[in-house]
Design a protein around this ligand. Structure first.
Ligand code: HEM
Length: 390
């Protein structure tokens, strides 16, 4: 069952799974993997019993040599957002939520639509000329970062450098790794962390607001770190996975084109069936039970979000992409409870724009190269999605 821990998507979510079962990972650590919607919800919404402290723990323990590299860059991840169960969480979260307020998100929509339209026109011309196009590299990869930079002041770093850092962080903390790779990833993550630390001390916008509220430099760095990783990489993964899914769903594209299927329903069904974050962790604070299972204090619990989205107790046709079907919107792709994703509205807006503008590109194409995703406990991280006009 171990491989499922690191490939918790696609076919691996289709099997019959126990409601909750212990799975031992590649380094011998047991995790209680929870699959049912009701149990995952309970896990995420009861922070007294199930704390978020382990949300950012490295699933492959980081060896001393790599820890030294990180320490050399003064790398620290104190509890700030996702892994913060302390009294500071609501205040930090409120400041971040203000920067990502739905009104501010909605104000970005016209600009984003213009940018996506330009790109789609170029990509359509390439397809018409018989060329293969990569909808990850050519469309989805950098859009969320560009939008985030307009909402939140960020260090003035090239897009490529931020993407490399974010992907390195997702590997370093959530992938099964060997020590040589951990060393290389620690160097990459550490280098950018230095950039973030400098920006946290002087930057405006969100960084300045967190400083003004009295938060330590570590907290400002931690918040920026999490936003840059979770606030853009996840969405570009989702856009890629959703477009790939839609390439195989001609009836849904026809419904969109005819105005019979609302784009918002397509986005929700996409989040349910193709969540970019397939699992999320909590740790038991006390001896407790989850369903029928006894859970000792200290147990690592993996909420299998992708599987919860396919729970037949909630969704009428769990494996089928049917926008608007009963239960479609009840997915847990954004988590639940006090740590529920604060960027959900932003991710939804970006996905709605991309689907509206780019779905027609998929008419009459064949998939040359489907997205490939490396082993990872939590993130999908597709690397490319290449199509060509048939
Ligand atoms: C499709 C894209 C996205 C997905 C699937 C996603 C999913 C998630 C999940 C599963 C969590 C953990 C929730 C929990 O513990 O209950 C989370 C937390 C968070 N997400 Fe997202 N996210 C996405 C996009 C974004 C964006 C665009 C931003 C901001 C720009 C963002 C910012 C955050 C933050 C700050 C947290 C931590 C909230 C807290 O602990 O209070 N996410 N997200």
């Amino acid at each position: 069952m171990t491989p499922v821990l690191f490939r918790g998507w696609g076919e691996s979510v289709d099997g019959p799974w126990p409601d909750a079962a212990t799975v031992v990972d590649h380094v011998g650590v047991p995790h209680l993997v929870v699959t049912r919607h009701a149990l995952v919800r309970r896990l995420l919404t009861d922070p007294e019993t199930f704390r978020p402290d382990n949300a950012l723990d490295a699933v492959t323990p980081i060896p001393v040599a790599a820890l030294r590299v990180l320490a050399g860059h003064r790398f620290r991840l104190p509890p700030t957002l996702a892994n913060n169960a302390s009294a500071s969480h609501p205040e930090i979260r409120a400041i971040v939520a203000e920067a990502l307020h739905p009104d501010r998100v909605a104000a970005q929509q016209p600009w984003l639509t213009g940018l996506v339209r330009e790109r789609v026109t170029r990509l359509a011309a390439a397809l018409a000329a018989g060329e293969p196009v990569d909808l990850y590299a050519g469309l989805a990869a950098d859009l969320p970062l560009l939008v985030l930079a307009r909402l939140v002041e960020l260090p003035d770093a090239p897009v490529g450098a931020v993407k490399d850092f974010a992907r390195a962080a997702l590997d370093l903390f959530w992938a099964p790794l060997d020590p040589a790779r951990q060393l290389a990833l620690a160097a990459e993550v550490g280098r950018f962390h230095t950039v973030l630390r400098a920006f946290a001390a002087t930057g405006g916008g969100l960084a300045a607001r967190l400083r003004a509220a009295g938060h330590s430099p570590d907290v400002v760095v931690g918040a920026l770190f999490f936003l840059l990783v979770a606030g853009q990489e996840t969405t570009s993964q989702f856009l890629t996975l959703l477009l790939h899914r839609l390439a195989g769903e001609p009836a849904v594209r026809a419904g969109l084109r005819a105005g019979e299927i609302p784009v918002a329903d397509v986005v929700e069904e996409g989040l349910r069936l193709e969540p970019p974050i397939v699992t999320w962790r909590r740790v038991a604070a006390v001896d407790t039970t989850l369903g029928e299972v006894e859970v000792p204090a200290g147990t690592s619990i993996v909420a299998w979000l992708a599987q919860a989205g396919r729970d037949p107790a909630v969704v009428a046709a769990p494996g089928e992409f049917r926008p608007g079907q009963r239960g479609s919107r009840r997915h847990l792709a954004f988590g639940a409870g006090p740590h529920r994703c604060v960027g959900a509205q932003l991710a939804r807006m970006e996905a709605a724009v991309v689907v509206s503008e780019a779905a027609p590109l998929l008419d009459g194409v064949t998939v040359v190269r489907p997205p490939w995703c490396p082993d990872n406990l939590t993130f999908r991280m597709p690397d490319a999605f290449v199509v060509r006009r048939t």
